[in-house]
Design a protein around this ligand. Sequence first.
Ligand code: HC3
Length: 415
Amino acid sequence: MESGTATPQANGGGSWSAFLKSIASFNGDLSSLTAPPFILSSTSLTEFSSYWAEHPSAFAAPAREPDAAKRAVLVLKWFLTTLKQQYASRSEQYGNEKKPLNPFLGELFLGKWEDDAGTTELISEQVSHHPPATAYSITNVPTGVHLEGYNAQKASFSKTINVKQIGHAVLTVPAPGSDVPDKYLITLPSLHIEGLIFGSPFIELDGASYITSSTGFTAKIDYSGKGWLSGKKNSFTAALYPTGKEKEVLFNVSGQWTKSFEIYAGAAKHNSKSSLVDSWDPEKTPMSELIVAPIEKQHPLESRKAWAKVAAGIASGNMDAVAAEKSKIEMAQREMRAKEKAEGRLWQRRYFSVGTDAADAVLTKLGAVVGVPVHGDADKTGGLWRFDRSKADKVRNEALSEEEAQKLAKELLGQ
Ligand code: HC3
């Protein structure tokens, strides 16, 4: 069976209907969802962090803009450009969104982009397993634009799978001519799965998400899908306004997050050719390719290396091998947790630490504007995770010997 390409229909409707029955009563923990083989992806959720910067030039652009309101609109533009990758890229022909691999604690996904924007580095780490949470740090080296954040998901079933994203992202933009960088607090949209009943799942975003800045601007993005009678798939409208003055719209954006969008000055009711200030068309803007080290050079905890045997099993449709290889990792992880408990220690995250400030500075200043609590929903994500530069500097040039790498793989992954 070619699980990577086969449709549910091609694999027998029986197991798909059993899957549908099982999700109608599932407990909200997406990692516990038992999906039929043909809907299993060999990509781990730690890889999803890369979707934030597949257009590094858009990511870095705000650092070159001297005007604070225009910087805020460039941040909004970059955020909107990421949505297609985040929510539709795995389902190029709509309708084959698969179930990603559940990362193990400590799993890493490291990479970089090298293009016109210079080097942009990605670090993604599974910082919590119960509840599952992934943290990430992305830095454009020449400009110093830096994104960090963490996320978890809470799912419920009502007509379909509905997913609320827990967590947030913080973008730091060094502003031209200022010693104090801008901070942007970004919330994450809710989503639901469409097409489940037809065996062709894809994502639609819903509700609203926000970006609020230390420079006094807020963007609200409203998502809507194709209704019964009207509307287009993956639609959105967005408005940027001085924080607290929602009616004083400085810029508005509209379009489809999978297709193109236009940015206009002022409120939407005045949109005309002359108020059009910018636009985006993913077809005309090629993505940069993420560079990931070859598997043999990766750290044992790097995602593609750790899951290589599971991925091979999925690709060849050998589900016995998939189950056996997954259970090796799960057992080794369980044993490691038991050992840590017995020795009274915790797993040391490699790049992130639980926020040490008595109160997180960004959430204290900006959280209330966009509904992010000062504790950052730490109870649902295993902590309020912040990138720890000192940890990252320490491991930057660390080289494991072949022997050390093998020992780690055995101990932590049962390989
Ligand atoms: C819900 C989801 C897992 C979570 C994925 C997240 C929210 C992860 C963080 C990224 O930044 C954005 C993102 C994009 C897609 C989200 C996934 C879509 C489907 C997957 C479920 C666990 C799988 C449901 C199974 C099935 C067969 C219906 O696809």
